[in-house]
Design a protein around this ligand. Sequence first.
Ligand code: XIL
Length: 320
Amino acid sequence: GFYVGTAVAGGGHHLEQDYPDPFTSDRKYRKVLGRQFNSVSPENQMKWEFIHPERDRYDFAAADAIVEFAERHRQVVRGHTLLWHSQNPQWLEQGDFSDEELRAILREHITTVVGRYAGRIQQWDVANEIFDDQGKLRTQDNIWIRELGPGIIADAFRWAHEADPQAKLFFNDYGVESVNAKSDAYYALTQDLLRQGVPVDGFSVQAHLSTRYGFPGDLEANLKRFDALGLETAVTELDVRMDLPADGKPTAAQQKQQADYYQRTLSACLAVEDCNSFTIWGFTDKYSWVPVFFEGEGSATVMTDDYHRKPAFHALRHTL
Ligand code: XIL
């Protein structure tokens, strides 16, 4: 009943355009992916810009391949994501739609994508990153909230539930590991939606951690307050980045600190009754998004570029 997952790289992402897709071209990658995990999350392949590249065209190839791989390896899948401000196709962001059209577009997308994989997705990140760090709804950069108002969030959950009544439906965000303004906003919103009978099943923390900012020591307490609302909780995108020394190689002390963060995150989840899913955002530095997105930082996953197991890998194994 406990799932240990990873993001599956590929489908076109932060890696250079002509970089071979690890999922289809790297045998070692597929072997580790199939062996070490019982849950997988498409890192990009179910995002709007990949799965719905034109208004009247969906591209399910990469997402299908992951779901099929997962089934062959008796893994579950976390679907990611349906309502987000980022990685939306141009036709959507630049389009000139009436409110009614936009609402129909979202409804059709959710019905089509969730419906296609109905019964085969354990958890869906229905709404991703809807609050800013001050705990304010993203009324500017999130097209759905900006154009249609906050009520669209509840609708997204209702439509997803109609399309796949078995899938557990989640709110997902970064920077909500601790009790803070942003996680407080989710705490208030989920209570409100539950009172209204909106089918919200879970609250998940991405956990993109950095040794620059220290470990969120109240992670367990924070997850527990959502657990107490009757929600499932999950860790969905754990990685632990660090400032790399000039030679690019983390010191032994850095590796130890990283292992400690990984272990404490897993322990926090294990200590919470309904924290049933723990996912790392990739398992090898070879394909990690971190060096591309965070200047000077790296080595954030549990294996080196050549799949050497780091102390963090062993720390997770010992904790499980
Ligand atoms: C990242 C991917 O890892 C990159 O490949 C992509 O270029 C950008 O998005 N929060 C999320 C994830 O919910 O979807 C993001 O994934 C990381 C932050």
